[in-house]
Structures are given as C-alpha cells and as structure tokens.
Design a protein around this ligand. Structure first.
Ligand code: MN
Length: 733
C-alpha cells in the first residue's frame, strides 16, 4: 500500500500534468496542515485519516481544477472534524480557500431524509444555492465519490443511507454538470448498496462473458481503426461495455433479462476536428448497418449540460448492435469532467475572479432552451438572482421561502396555528429576533406556547411571503373583533358624514334590514368588523345605505297614495301567522314547513351554536354556523334573498357530526391521548386523520358525534389540556 507521502507525490504529478504553474508550495502547506490537524484520526479501513482528503484532492486534480481547489480539497474536513477554524485557514491560505472549505463543510451537514421527489429537487437546488462558488459543489462531489469508494467499511444502515443520497442528489448533480464519468461511478457504487443482489447478478453476467466480449470489442475496434487509418484520419478508438447501472435500468425499466438487453457495447472515436467527426460517421455507416432512428447529432445541438458528440447505433456482422460515439478531444474532456473541464478551458488556470467564474454559468443559462433543463436553469438562477432562500427544519427537510424571509414566514408556512402561537425562533441553535433574515442552509426551529398572545401588527411588515401576511391578517380578523368593530365604526361614521347622511337615517330598522338582510341583531357590528379588518369598505357600505334611504323615501310617497286601499285590503285578508314548523334534524326553519335540512360540511354546527340557513338550489336549507366564513356578511350581501333565519328545536336528542382540527407538537402516543380525551367525554369518533409537517408538528383532523355545544366544549377543553397540543379549532373553511 502506498504511503501517505507517496500518495502526495502522485497528487503532485497529476497536477503537474495539467498545470505546471500551480502553487505547489501552498498545496504542500495545505497537505501538511491537514495532516497535522487530523493527527492520529483513523478511517474505518484502518488507514490514517489524511488519506481521505488526499484522495479527494486526487479526484479534484483529475477534474483539472485550480490550486485553490486542491488546497480546499486537502483542507475540506478540517473545520468539521478538527479544531481548525475558518479564521485560521483564512489567515494561512486566504479567504477564497477558507470560503470554499466552509462551503463544503456546510454541504456536509445536508442530509436527505425523505423519498419525495419534490424534496430531492429542493435539496439539489439548495446545494447550488449554498455554493456561491461552483468549486464547492465540485469538491463535495469528489468527497462523496471517495466516500462511496470506501463505503464497504461502514455499517449496512449507513451504506444504504449514503447510497440513497448519492443516487438521488449527487449523481443527478454530476449529470447536470456534465460529469459523465463521475456520474457513472456514483451510480454503480450506489447500486451496489441499494440492490446488492441485482448488482451482483449483472457483475457476474458480465464476468462470465468477459472473454467473449473482449474478443468482440477488439475485433470491432480493429476494424474501425483500420478504416480510419486508410482515410488518414488520426484517431483514438476504444470500446467499453456499458456500465452496470445503465444495464440495470434497462433490465428493470423494460423488464428484460440480461441477455435481452439490446445494446451492451459502446465505442468511442476521438478525433481532432469537428469535420473529422462527420467523416468518421460516414465511415462507420459504410462499415456497419445503421439502426434507423438512433442517430443523434449533439454537436449541432449540444445537450443542456454542454455535452457534444455524434451518437449512432449500428449492427455488426453477427447481428450484435453497438453504439458509437464520435467527438473531438476537447468535447471529450467536457463530457468526462463536465463544467469543470469547460471552466478550465475558458478560464485559464489561475483565475480566482469569482465574478467571471460565473460568466460561463450565465452563458450556459442563455444557451439552454431544452425544457428538460428548466429546473437546472432555475436552480442556478436561484444562486444568480437570489429570489429564494432554502432552509432546514430541525428534522433536516428543506423548505423554500422567498428571499428575505424571516422566522415568521417559516412558522406560517408550516401552519397558521404555529405562526399564531409562536413565541420565539432559533436559527442554528441560537435564539434570533423575529426579523432575522434567513440564509441558505439555516436550521430553523420555531418555539410555541399555548399562552402566546398571537401576532403583533408589525409582523405584517416583517413577513415577506404573502402566505404569512394573509394568515396574520386572518388572525386579526378573527381575534381582534372589538378592535375591528371600533375601527370599522369610525371609518363608517366618517364616510357617512362625508356623504351628508345623519346616523339617525341609518339606524332605521327597515333600512338596516334592507341593507343587512337577513343578518341578526348585531349585524351592524359585523359590518363594522368587516370594515375594520379590511374585508369591506366604508365607501361601499355608505353607498348601499344611500341607495336604500333614497328608495325608501320614494316608496314612502307611493305608499301614502296606496295607503287607504291597502288598509282595506289588509282587513279583508287573513294574514297568516308566520309558521314555526318543526322540520327534520331538530331544526326549525322560519316560514317554511317540511323543508329538507342539511348541515353545512364547512362548519358542522351542533345544537347551541348560533346558526343561519341558506336556501340551496337542490337540497332545501343548508345550516351554517353564524361565524362560518361561508355565511359571512359579504356572502349574505351577495345573495340576500337566500339567507333565512333558522333555530334549534326543543328536541334535539340526536347526535351531530362536527369536525375539529388539533395542532400539536408531534410525539409518541398523541393519538392515544387524543382518543382517550374524546372517549372520556363519552363522545364517539367518526373519523380521524393526521398529517405531520416537516417541522415536527402534527395536525389531526377529527370528526366526532356530539349531542350539543356543551358536550363539544367539554371535548375542546379536554383536548386543549393535553400536553403538546397547541391549538384546537372547529373546522370552518
Ligand atoms: Mn470528506
């Protein structure tokens, strides 16, 4: 086994191979610094820890990155695993190297814990967003590659977890950056741990046929080289069997056995010029029969990740199909090492100008029209234009918020009850103010209390997301009724004065009824409240009164003329008493007998609730709670004729189904505690669902059957007294 010094010498030789003017003094210093700081730490395979950073630096050198990247690769675990600090590294190696090391350290703390595709996409985006310098991502990929290569010494659980993460996060990133070789290796290594049986099966099949395959490939390679030499095209040709994961995907994706996989072989022809590429294509199609529809010209139309090549599939003498990829040496370097190689070609070797290192990304963005690349473009744009910020929940899930978002936005993005009961917030374990601006990669934890006073007015100015602001507005609408009424009344009265209408003209019962019909006695307050929270304007309200007052004055004149006639008619007619008829389900509908009744699903009223009826088009009267948003003043004003007074009958000895929402801090046994609390009240549960949020909260949706409001209130109290229950509300949406 090579000694540490031998490994270092190998690294230096690799760097000399592409960058003779690299800063070898600094690189040596970084190596010695890392070796000293990792000290006697060992890897699981029994080698000194320093072999890991050395190998990562080796991979980074094979990507042909600059001196600073090599130094950062050597130092990449120092902040995380030793007593070294950012400041110390900055002092010795400069802030660029220290920034890269710190960036890699942050990414090391990113783990994916979920299987959802959306989460994965967010995580990939976040990796980019966190890496203000693309070299951070490249070193992180090299780090992951070496860890995957040495994964056999880890526990099976860790193997699976890392393999999953690699397959979901790092291989796609390598692909997007155009690093085919790295991507393949990451995929194969992941597959080995994710499906060991499937992987072994393919390796065994490849081994069994390796002799046969080698003969076939040597023969084809010879034929191609001979023909190209005849044509005097200088070339490098080699063949390979496709990598195990790509065979695996074909087998499982198309439900085939190993022997049925169509194209196992690929040949690469590397030439000097683009013109030669097309000449080679002609020669290949002359030698072998091309398969229809398999020719792709990625030279004229490069892939979004800058990959360029000609692809064709042809069939040899034995009827064995194989793929041929034709490209220039430069295109090949980009295909192997992706943006890293491209970056080097375009940047020269010692560029440390951060701004211009973004230049190629901008170019890349402009050139991408492929819809498939949209996400990638977006992920880079996040970095470029800062319109989003990605933060972690304490469980390690990623949430995205608009840039400039605060803990308030984060809390309301989980649930309005979490925002409303928020008392404080921790970011990366430290208490912060509500106006703290979240950064990419922050771990955000929300502290809540049942006795929280609720949001304050200035939260509206602090919150960045419209979601949070609208939820805060909602809270004020509900919780600050008195304040809203006072504000609304003031606005209304001032507008009224402006219109020259005295208050005495408004509080005429007939007018009130016409304007507010068919609301209850405190209807005017409800209107004030609506004006107070901004759901209705004082101008609109005054206008309605104006119209009705004018109409009444007109009607009064007409009524006088008709008065006598009307009086006589009234004597004759036997005006029937408004009927109070018992209707079904314990509901009395004023003026209607035997009409169908149902309870609105949105608010599920129970006896004791103040209620109001709505004449539906198809099914009699639908009964809402008066405080249901669907029975709000606005709705009543829209269709005044269809709202009707209803009340509870005497004999409501039925059971009523009603829905509750219980917001809790998630923990074990919550379900048991909630069920127990309900059953102690002798109440039946009709239905219960739970949704857990990524921030460790659980929201239960419970439907129970109760006799009346008293019983329901008892249940609400019991539920609210359970530890970790933050809020219990009756559903009304
Ligand atoms: Mn590492």
């Amino acid at each position: 086994m090579a000694t540490v010094e031998e490994r270092y010498q190998h690294l230096e030789r690799t760097i000399r191979g592409y960058n003779i003017s690299a800063d070898f003094k600094k690189i040596r210093e970084a190596f010695e610094y890392a070796e000293a700081h990792h000290g006697s730490q060992m890897r699981r395979d029994g080698t000194p820890y320093i072999t890991h950073p050395l190998n990562v630096a080796q991979i980074v050198a094979e990507m042909r990155l600059d001196s600073e990247s090599i130094q950062a690769a050597l130092l990449h675990d120092c902040i995380e695993d030793t007593d070294s600090t950012y400041e110390d590294i900055a002092k010795r190696f400069g802030t660029t190297v220290a920034d890269i090391v710190e960036g890699v350290t942050k990414l090391t703390r990113v783990h994916c814990t979920t299987m959802e595709e959306e989460q994965m996409e967010n995580l990939r985006k976040m990796l980019f967003a966190m890496s203000r310098d693309i070299r951070v991502v490249l070193i992180k990929i090299a780090d992951r590659l070496h860890n995957m290569r040495t994964m056999e010494y880890q526990t099976p659980e860790k193997q699976r977890k890392k393999a999953f993460e690699t397959m979901e996060i790092y291989a796609p990133i390598a692909h997007r950056l155009g690093m085919q070789k790295v991507k393949w290796e990451l995929e194969d290594l992941s597959l080995k741990y994710l499906d060991p049986v499937g992987y072994d099966e393919i390796i065994a099949a490849l081994d069994a046929k390796s002799h046969e395959y080698t003969q076939f490939m040597d023969r084809i390679q010879g034929e191609i080289v001979n023909r190209l030499n005849e044509l005097e095209i200088s070339n490098t040709v080699y063949g390979r069997v496709k990598h195990p994961y790509s065979i695996y995907r074909k087998m499982y994706g198309q439900d085939k056995t190993f022997d049925q996989v169509y194209d196992l072989f690929a040949f690469r022809v590397l030439v000097n010029t683009v013109a030669d590429c097309y000449n080679v294509l002609g020669a290949i199609h002359d030698l072998y029969k091309p398969v229809l529809g398999r020719f792709k010209d990625y030279i004229a139309m490069p892939k979004p990740n800058m990959y360029q090549s000609l692809h064709t599939t042809v069939i040899g003498d034995e009827g064995i199909p194989f793929e041929v990829q034709i490209r220039t040496f430069e295109m090949h370097a980009v295909a192997e090492y992706g943006v890293a190689a491209h970056w080097k070609y375009k940047q020269g070797i010692e560029s440390d100008d951060k701004e211009s290192s973004y230049e190629w990304i901008r170019k890349l963005l402009e050139n991408q029209e492929d819809a498939d690349a949209e996400d990638f473009i977006h992920s880079l744009k996040v970095d470029m234009f800062d319109d989003e910020v990605f933060v972690f929940t304490p469980r390690g899930d990623v949430t995205n918020l608009p840039a400039g978002a605060t803990p308030i936005d984060f809390a309301y993005s989980i649930h309005s009850a979490i925002g409303n009961s928020m008392t404080g917030a921790k970011v990366n374990g430290r208490m912060v103010g509500f106006d703290y601006v979240l950064h990419n990669g922050d771990i955000v934890e929300i502290l809540t209390s049942k006795s929280a006073k609720g949001p304050s007015r200035d939260w509206m100015n602090i919150a960045k997301s419209s979601e949070a602001r609208s939820k805060i507005r909602q809270w004020f609408k509900k919780e600050r009724r008195d304040e809203n009424i006072a504000n609304g009344r003031a606005a209304f009265e001032s507008e009224l004065k402006h219109a020259g209408i005295p208050m005495s003209a408004v509080v005429v019962p007939e007018i009130l009824e016409k304007v507010l019909k068919p609301t209850s006695f405190n209807a005017l307050d409800e209107m004030y409240a609506a004006i107070g929270y901004g759901g209705y304007t004082a101008q609109k309200a005054v206008h309605r009164f104006q119209v009705e007052i004018a109409a009444m004055q007109k009607a009064e004149k007409a009524a006088k003329a008709e008065a006598e006639k009307a009086a006589r008619a009234a004597e004759k007619a036997q005006k029937p008493e408004p009927k109070r008829t018992r209707s079904e389900k314990g509901i009395i509908v004023e003026g209607l007998s035997n009409c169908l009744v149902k309870f609105a699903k949105c608010c599920t009223p129970v006896p004791g609730d103040e209620i109001i009826g709505f004449i539906t088009r198809g099914y009699g009267v639908s009964v809402h709670r008066k405080d249901c948003p669907n029975a709000s003043l606005e709705h009543q004003m829209e269709e005044p004729g269809r709202w009707i007074t209803v009340s509870w009958g005497e004999d409501t000895n039925l059971s009523y189904s009603t829905a509750l929402e219980v917001v809790c801090k998630d923990r074990n046994n919550l379900l048991v505690d909630i069920s127990t609390a309900i059953s102690v009240c002798k109440v039946g549960v009709a239905n219960m669902n739970v949704r857990t949020t990524s921030d460790g909260f659980a929201i239960f949706y419970v439907t129970i059957n109760v006799a009346d409001k008293a019983q329901l209130d008892a249940v609400l109290t019991k539920l609210h007294n359970i530890t970790d229950v933050i809020k219990v509300t009756r559903t009304a949406s």
